[in-house]
Design a protein around this ligand. Structure first.
Ligand code: XBP
Ligand code: MG
Length: 251
């Protein structure tokens, strides 16, 4: 029997529904600022989410949807520049409009802190796009996490397991001592390939995904006054996710 030592969180889609109303909108504002008449609809963005990472997503879009477009500065430089503009808009959206945290996120993090469970983040998004969202938890919440593994810190992004292996290495923990929270098939694949037990909280973009291999699939983590629905896995008759359930999934 191994005891639970750490919780590892994905950010986009898991801590908050950032993709549709945050990242997507920021990409569109960046296109407009760059004088491009491109528009990523909610539906198209759902398809583009097959590619993890904002810069990688832009490269994919150019190849698949704009093969005739040849930026004078070269594709690599163009993507970096456009992604910088997009990040500025994304951070503006977070600071001016805000994006609410998903149910149960703050509660489970506080519960973990009070029981000295270690915390980490493993995300494909770039660090400057992660910290403003983490600050919604509490102004000093960046310090709650022992490791914030983000963006280009590893070369192979999710669904590759590298970001999770990096976190395990940094924390000197075995996969059996940790529980991961993810929202997407890519995230689940990354965690499972690193042998990590994973809880999936689905959202509108991911609810039809294949989550075979997840220990638990729920619509969200729930709150005592806002129950969650268990979609798959052994959650017993619980109405919201808590540390007792986290320990049950690991032991
Ligand atoms: C998140 C991503 C990110 C965001 C955009 O995936 O793929 O690329 O969409 O962020 P996950 P950046 O939740 O699986 O980590 O533009 O900063 O890359
Ligand atoms: Mg995610």
């Amino acid at each position: 029997m191994t005891s639970l030592q750490a919780l590892i969180f994905d950010v986009d889609g898991t801590m908050a529904d950032t993709e549709r109303d945050g990242h997507r909108v920021a990409f569109n504002r960046a296109f407009a600022e760059a004088g491009l008449d491109w528009e990523w609809s909610v539906k198209l963005y759902g398809k583009l989410l097959a590619i993890s990472g904002g810069k990688e997503r832009l490269h994919f879009y150019l190849r698949q949807y704009r093969p005739e477009f040849e930026p004078s500065e070269g594709e690599e430089q163009f993507v970096v520049r456009l992604h910088q503009i997009k990040s500025r808009y994304y951070q503006q959206i977070l600071s001016q409009e805000g994006i609410p945290l998903r149910p149960g996120i703050r509660r489970i993090l506080q519960e973990a802190r009070s029981q000295e469970i270690r915390l980490a983040i493993a995300t494909t998004a770039s660090l400057p796009n992660v910290t403003p969202l983490v600050k919604f938890l509490a102004p000093d919440a960046v310090n709650w996490f022992e490791v914030i593994a983000a963006g280009d810190i590893v070369t192979a992004k999710k669904p590759a397991p590298d970001i999770y292996q990096y976190v395990l290495q940094e924390m000197k923990l075995a996969p059996q001592q940790c529980l991961v929270f993810e929202d997407s098939p890519h995230g689940l694949a990354a965690a499972r390939q690193a042998d990590l037990t994973t809880v999936v909280t689905v959202n509108d973009y991911t609810k039809t995904g294949d989550f075979t291999g997840a220990a638990l699939v729920v619509d969200h983590l729930g709150e005592p006054e806002h129950p969650c629905t268990i979609l798959a896995g052994d959650g017993g008759d619980r109405h919201y996710f808590n540390l007792a359930l986290a320990r049950h999934l690991i032991d």
